[in-house]
Design a protein around this ligand. Structure first.
Ligand code: SAM
Length: 232
């Protein structure tokens, strides 16, 4: 049997530990995405809706978890939504919370997204690159470019290695520090902004802006798929 990808192993372990220290299953599922379920969801929803302010929008939420963003958007008739996550229990909670039978919630087990080419208006990775290795982030960026319509947006949040506030948030434990030397346990890892910018440009994206002082705990990089990619 093939070994499970590290991100599934590591996130399963995190959820297992949260279940031991939560008063209820719902609390564990909501803590697994960082807690502050409704407030953070609303902040994420505003960020997304501000990118495309009118007309129908197909939003693809990669690593949607237990549905913070989806729940905040559930009354938006103009949004059609596809949410993917590696943990089926989180996805099931997201689906139950939203009660939108027209929306898609689907577990995934690899970095290949089950979405047709050029069908998304916005692809979001909220607090997902914080758990992946550089090569995996680059794979996801290529997937985002593939599934975005020309002119579509990507919004990706990350902990910035150069922001002292982020350094204080989740300092690696000694065990984690050692594990990382061997390429293991990258949960809540920090990135450098210029690394992410370089990977985005290499993927063919055009950088729009970085949000570095908003209400989210992380910075958010916004980029677009160029319109001229339509004829490639
Ligand atoms: C901190 S949570 C954030 C969830 C959601 N985006 C939010 O902001 O509420 C990180 C999520 O990423 C998911 N995840 C981790 N690795 C992933 C991967 N390779 N592909 C998709 N989702 C992944 C986890 O299962 C978890 O739900």
């Amino acid at each position: 049997m093939l070994a499970q990808p590290h991100y599934i192993r590591e996130y399963r372990r995190l959820l297992r530990n949260l279940r031991k220290t939560s008063a209820s299953e719902t609390e564990a599922l909501e803590r697994a995405v960082g807690g502050s379920y409704e407030a953070t969801g609303k902040t994420q929803a505003k960020l997304v809706l501000d990118l495309v302010t009118e007309g129908p929008v197909h939003l693809i939420d990669v690593g949607c978890g237990s549905g913070r963003l989806a729940y905040a958007l559930r009354d938006e008739a103009r949004v059609s939504y596809s949410g993917f996550d590696i943990l089926p229990d989180l996805i099931a909670h997201a689906e139950k919370m939203c009660d939108r039978p027209d929306w898609r919630f689907e577990p995934i087990s690899s970095l290949a997204l089950p979405v047709e080419d050029a069908t998304g208006d916005i692809v979001v990775f909220m607090s997902v690159f914080t758990h992946l290795k550089p090569a995996e982030i680059r794979t996801y960026l290529a997937e985002a470019v593939r599934i975005l319509k020309p002119g579509g947006y990507i919004a990706a949040s990350y902990f910035d290695a150069d922001d002292p506030k982020h350094a204080e948030l989740f300092p690696p434990t000694p065990v984690q520090y050692l594990a990382r030397i061997f390429g293991r346990d990258v949960l809540r890892i920090r990135l450098r902004r210029n690394e992410l910018e370089t990977w985005m440009k290499e993927a063919g994206l055009v950088l729009e802006r970085a949000l570095t002082d908003g209400p989210l705990l992380q910075h958010v990089m916004i980029a677009r798929k160029p319109v001229e990619a339509a004829s490639q």
